[in-house]
Write a protein of this length. Structure first.
Length: 324
């Protein structure tokens, strides 16, 4: 909500089409953007609406089930499941920022989003994305500690450390979003207003600003690009350390560890590939990135509950207890 309050306090937000003076020139402020969406034919739109409705239902039910299962089952009150519950909560939030509107817009001819809603959506996407990156690092560190330093696990991953990871995630997420949002909110938008995507994000919006956006593109690339690349390589490095440790202790038998970590690595690759494609490389000149980000907003959140719990004995036992 901090994004929304900063947004309301901006001097640029007066009335939807109010004029303002900038360098001696009068420029009108856009009151809304038009999203171009992801499909063209009516049959394709109906098909995608049904598919994404089912996916979103799976995201809500799957992640909230894990979230409340961890809260109410005392046997799951451990560092790994505490972090997993927070990841499930963030997945619900991240998907909810874009997927419901995308489903609704599939059957709408005019996919309009107000300027305020667009800025708020951008803000929450980057806050939630920043928190999820930190949580993925925390979960990788938890597995590294459990496998590589089992005797010190409870001392290292104590409740204070786990809570600190979550707090750090929210702080970093807010700072990450605000450091970019503070620049973008003051840009002049006088037209055009068509966004070639199903959601609002910094790269697309900067392209519509009535000013040279090169320096702002650099800020976004330096911030989001560095964060995405840094987190991705840190996660991959942690998995390499885990595999090397298991290999040394099990005389070369990596089958079990590799099967478990391969699913985690798949989620990491799926989550970070769109981010790196959009923020690390030059800003988009095609519409391919919007299709890639469907993975972040829909596919990854629905896969996380299955990947982190499907082969987990504790979760299976907890589900049996819950069913009884």
């Amino acid at each position: 909500f901090s994004c929304f309050f900063i947004f309301l306090s901006s001097d640029d937000l007066r009335s939807p089409l109010q004029s303002k003076s900038m360098n001696g020139l009068n420029q009108s402020v856009l009151s809304e953007f038009m999203l171009l969406g992801i499909a063209s034919s009516w049959e394709t739109k109906v098909f995608l609406m049904l598919i994404f409705s089912l996916i979103y239902l799976g995201i809500i039910l799957g992640n909230l089930f894990i979230f409340f299962l961890v809260i109410f089952d005392s046997h799951l009150h451990s560092p790994m499941y505490f972090l997993l519950a927070n990841l499930s909560f963030i997945d619900v939030g991240l998907a909810s920022t874009t997927v419901p509107k995308m489903i609704r817009d599939l059957l709408n001819e005019n996919k309009i989003i107000s300027f305020q809603s667009c800025m708020t959506q951008i803000c929450f996407i980057h806050i939630m994305g920043g928190v999820e990156m930190v949580l993925l690092i925390a979960m990788a560190f938890d597995r590294y500690t459990a496998i590589c330093k089992p005797l010190h696990y409870l001392n290292i991953m104590n409740p204070k450390t786990c809570v600190s990871f979550v707090i750090a995630g929210w702080v970093i997420g807010v700072i990450h979003a605000m450091s970019q949002f503070a620049f973008i909110i003051n840009l002049p938008f006088c037209g055009p207003n068509k966004v070639d995507s199903f959601y609002c994000d910094f790269p697309r919006i900067i392209k519509l600003a009535c000013t040279d956006g090169a320096k702002f593109e650099f800020i976004i690339a330096a911030n989001s690009g560095f964060m995405s690349m840094g987190t991705f390589f840190l996660l991959i490095l942690s998995y390499v350390f885990i595999l090397v440790t298991v290999w040394k202790r099990s005389s070369g038998d990596l089958s079990k560890a590799f099967v478990t970590l391969s699913a985690h690595i798949t989620v990491v690759v799926l989550f970070f590939t769109p981010c790196m494609f959009l923020y690390v490389w030059p800003f988009p000149t095609s519409s391919i990135d919007k299709y890639l980000f469907i993975v972040d907003f829909a596919i990854t959140p629905v896969l996380n509950p299955a990947i982190y719990t499907l082969r987990n004995k504790d979760i299976k036992v907890a589900i049996k207890r819950f069913s009884k």
